[in-house]
Design a protein around this ligand. Sequence first.
Ligand SMILES: *[C@@H]1O[C@H](CO)[C@@H](O)[C@H](O)[C@H]1NC(C)=O
Ligand SMILES: *[C@@H]1O[C@H](CO)[C@@H](O)[C@H](O)[C@H]1NC(C)=O
Length: 197
Amino acid sequence: MQRILIALLLLSFSTLCYSLPLSTTSRWIIDEPTGARVKLACANWAAHLEPMLAEGLDKKPVGSIARHVAQMGFNCVRLTWATYMFTRHANLTVARSFGSLGLQDAANGIARYNPGLLNLSVVEAHRAVVEELVKEGVMVILDNHLSQPMWCCGDHDGNGFFGDMYFDPKEWLQALAMVAKIYKDTPMVCSFFLIIS
Ligand SMILES: *[C@@H]1O[C@H](CO)[C@@H](O)[C@H](O)[C@H]1NC(C)=O
Ligand SMILES: *[C@@H]1O[C@H](CO)[C@@H](O)[C@H](O)[C@H]1NC(C)=O
């Protein structure tokens, strides 16, 4: 919970000179006006665990984490999310989420470092994290990591795709539509792809 998991997904760094939204040609992601390839260098930031808040916000202000990510040379963050956060817990506040899990120390840390997030809903807080990343020029890949918020992944956690206990295709589509609507005017949110890994 307290750790920010930062994983280098792709080891290629590139210039930040491209226009959004990005385009594709054949297997490549490109900048449409120039046709130049855009290489994503993404850090992973987990926000799909039980409290449904990006990890580490009880330790540092969200803006300083976002700045640090950019300074390390990443041009992108893969920010995870759980389907149920949007379909079942959208109005739960961060304070109540941590409170209901008995995570008082973490809640105190959030009150200290990110007081503005405490009374937001978990969905609003997700958006606030995206906005801080965008401010730093970092693109965001919203990764629908699982259905039920929890640590991921096991072969028998019921949290994979079709046929799994927590996966309801209708609810999944509902969540995808909600996320698309929330972020449709944020071109720095350049994709949401699905990874069950
Ligand atoms: C959140 O609140 C809105 C407005 O009251 C309501 O329409 C929506 O169904 C609620 N969402 C959830 C997941 O409870
Ligand atoms: C959050 O809400 C609680 C209860 O309504 C209030 O006491 C507290 O001052 C609020 N905190 C912030 C940072 O707005």
